[in-house]
Structure formats: structure tokens, C-alpha cells
Write a protein that binds this ligand. Structure first.
Ligand code: DHB
Length: 391
């Protein structure tokens, strides 16, 4: 039977970053992943990296292309009913910023880095299952040729996303799951057009939320709040541009339009599973939690989880110290709940909620006014948006 120190299920941000951090400390790992490398590298997700995520990529030798091709953003615009207000991220946080660099670009860099360093990633595996997690865990799977394989490991890292198998290996009687579903989704597009603004725009409008983001000088990413049960086929390019323009136009500002070459609908939910561990199984990233996309915390949170986990594993192997492993869930979940609150708050403040009372509608508007009028309130938004320091 094949063996490794840390068996990792899932080659997303959590699994790849964990494998990389362990490698730098001389700890061996193997990643098994159901998707192909090509599919992973082509999947469109969010695009904002917190300052601590960028710092980690750079400090661990994965930041070269990110530094060259990512866009540093020192602020963003909150647009309310067509009027823009700048949130000066750097001014409010003592000089911090975020970097716009798409998640699949991060994954390309991490995959290339792991493979160049001799890292083992088994792509396109099937029928993954995990066993004996309270003793010496085993991962069973069929490799890409269909041959059954077994991998025995000291520790198992479940980085296999919201629908993976690892979370299910925590007995239901010990698992606590917290879920909130939002009554709206995001309609996302990629368009061939120049940027409409130097910075991202988060827009609150009577018709609903809109987000104007970017991927490059020629490709723009935009989203607008929609019915989660809606279908992309219901939306012609014309209808999409009309809706987006209606939500952001004002003060002489209009979006630059172009050919739309990708459309998708993203559901919105908040989810946490605790504890994030059982025996020698540790879950990280979307396997343990989901945030609604407003503020783009998902990838950043996955990375923060595995920073905590990698330190705990290093303490185990190098320092004969297991406190970090024992306390992994407690340590990681502090940041998880901070990000849960932030993502829920930013979502709640910016979206249209149908059917709420007039009181709630006015209260929501007052909350947004507080951000626009109080430097202290704007600071709370900015501090969370750029990313709190990793502990
Ligand atoms: C993007 C996504 C987000 O959820 C966000 O808050 C900002 C940007 C994006 O895909 O570019």
C-alpha cells in the first residue's frame, strides 16, 4: 500500500497550499483530486486576494506571476442609487491593499509549483473514500486508468469542497452544521470590454446589487443579484447590459459594454461545520465552510485554514507538540466566524431583500449611510475587506 505523511483530498486552494507549505518544511504529502488539471485551471471563481494571502504567496515563492500580472487595488467604490463613494482601503488600514488575481490563476501557479518540486497530485481519480480516520487513515480511490489504489497516511486533510466525502467522515452525532440560505443568487458574466473604472464597484440599487470587477485590460467580470432559480438562457446580452446599466449608471458614469462570452448563476449561502476535525482527519476550506461571495472571502479563508493546519502539523513532526493539532478547529474557526459575519453583513447591507418590512428597508439604508458618513464604520469594512492578519 502506498504511504505518505499527509494525505490530502482535493487540489483546490486549501489542498494545494497545504501541500506546498508542508513541502517547504520537509513534510511529505499526496493530493488526490477528481477533476482534471485542465478543468481546475479553467474554472472561473472569484478574484480578490487579501493582503495576507498575497504576502503568503510571495513569502513562500509562489508570488512571481501574481506580482507581475495581478492588479493592486487601494480602494473600491460603494455606489448607492447611482452615486459613487470611494472606500479608501489603504488610507483606512494603514497602507494595506487587495490584489485582483483570479482564483484559477492562483491554482495554476500552485499546481505548477508543486509539480516542479516533485509534488504528487493524482488528477481525475474516481470513487474516493476515506477510512480509519481515528487511527491511521486510508484513502481509497480508482486512479485515472481505473485501477483501485490505497494510500495510507498519518493525517488526512479534507480539502474536497462543499460536496466532498471528508466532512461526512466526521460522525453525524459529533458534527454541528450551521446553514443560512439567501433568497437571491448572483448572475455572473465575463465580457470582452475595457475596464469601466479603475477600481471595483459594489453597487446597491432599488433593482438589486451589482458588482463591477475586472480580470484584465480586455476582460471584465461583472455580477448582478438575481433569482437563484433563474436560468442563463433567459438573459440575452442586451437584457444583461440593460440591467447592469440600470443598477450602476449615475453621476455621468456608464459601463463600457462588450461581447459577453461566459454567463453563470451562483447560489448564495453561509455554512459552517464544526468541529473541523475528527481523530486524524482535519477539514479545511469549503469542505468546512462556505461564505456568500460578497467580499470574496472564500479562497482567502481556505488559505488561512491551512496556515493554521500546516503549523500544527509542523509542530507535530518537528517539535513533538500536538497542541496545535488538538486545537486546530478552535483556532481556525475564529477566523471562519469573523469571515462569516463579514460576508453576511456585507451581503445583507448591499442586496435587495424582497418582502421585508418598510422598517427593515429603512434600517438597511441607515446602515449603509453609516459606512458612508463615519470613518470608523468605513474602517471596519476596510479592515475586514483587506484581510485581518493571520494569527
Ligand atoms: C470578484 C468576486 C467577488 O465576490 C468580489 O467580492 C469581488 C470580485 C471577482 O470575481 O472579481
Amino acid at each position: 500500500m502506498a504511504q505518505t505523511q499527509v494525505g490530502i483530498v482535493g487540489a483546490g486552494p486549501a489542498g494545494l497550499m497545504l501541500s506546498h507549505l508542508l513541502h517547504l518544511q520537509g513534510i511529505d504529502s499526496v493530493i488526490v483530486e477528481t477533476r482534471s488539471r485542465e478543468a481546475i485551471e479553467a474554472t472561473i471563481r472569484a478574484g480578490v486576494l487579501e493582503q495576507p494571502t498575497v504576502d503568503l504567496m510571495v513569502e513562500t515563492g509562489m508570488g512571481e506571476r501574481l506580482k507581475r500580472e495581478g492588479f493592486e487595488h487601494h480602494g473600491f467604490e460603494l455606489r448607492v442609487d447611482g452615486h459613487g463613494h470611494r472606500i479608501d482601503l489603504s488610507g483606512l488600514t494603514g497602507g494595506k491593499h487587495v490584489t485582483v488575481y483570479a482564483q484559477h490563476e492562483v491554482l495554476k501557479d500552485l499546481i505548477a509549483g508543486r509539480l516542479a518540486a516533485g509534488g504528487k497530485i493524482e488528477f481525475e481519480v474516481k470513487n474516493t473514500s476515506v477510512h480509519d480516520v481515528t487511527e491511521r487513515p486510508v484513502i481509497r480511490y480508482a486512479d485515472r486508468s481505473g485501477n483501485p489504489q490505497e494510500l495510507r497516511c498519518d493525517f488526512l486533510a479534507g480539502c474536497d469542497g462543499s460536496y466532498g466525502v471528508c466532512r461526512q467522515a466526521i460522525p453525524e452525532s459529533l458534527r454541528r452544521e450551521y446553514l443560512r440560505i439567501y433568497p437571491f443568487g448572483w448572475f455572473g458574466i465575463l465580457a470582452k470590454a475595457p475596464p469601466s473604472n479603475d477600481e471595483l464597484i459594489y453597487a446597491r440599487h432599488e433593482r438589486g446589487f451589482a458588482l463591477i470587477s475586472t480580470r484584465s485590460h480586455t476582460v471584465q467580470r461583472m455580477y448582478f443579484q438575481c433569482d437563484p432559480a433563474d436560468r442563463v438562457d433567459n438573459w440575452s446580452d442586451d437584457r444583461i447590459w440593460t440591467e447592469l446599466q440600470a443598477r450602476v449608471t449615475g453621476d455621468g458614469f456608464r459601463l463600457k459594454e462588450g461581447e459577453i462570452f461566459q454567463k453563470n448563476i451562483v447560489p448564495m449561502r453561509s455554512f459552517v461545520c464544526e468541529p473541523m476535525q475528527h481523530g486524524n482527519l482535519f477539514i479545511a476550506g469549503d469542505a468546512a465552510h462556505t461564505v456568500p461571495p460578497t467580499g470574496a472571502k472564500g479562497l482567502n479563508l481556505a488559505v488561512a485554514d491551512v496556515v493554521v493546519l500546516s503549523r500544527a502539523l509542523v509542530d507535530h513532526y518537528k517539535g513533538n507538540q500536538d497542541d496545535g493539532l488538538t486545537n486546530y478547529s478552535v483556532m481556525a474557526s475564529r477566523r471562519v466566524w469573523r469571515a462569516q459575519h463579514f460576508s453576511w453583513w456585507f451581503t445583507s447591507m448591499m442586496h435587495r431583500f424582497d418582502g421585508v418590512s418598510e422598517f427593515d428597508a429603512r434600517r438597511q439604508r441607515a446602515e449603509l449611510d453609516m459606512i458612508l458618513q463615519s470613518r470608523t464604520a468605513a474602517q471596519v469594512l476596510a479592515e475586514n475587506y483587506v484581510g485581518l492578519p493571520m494569527q
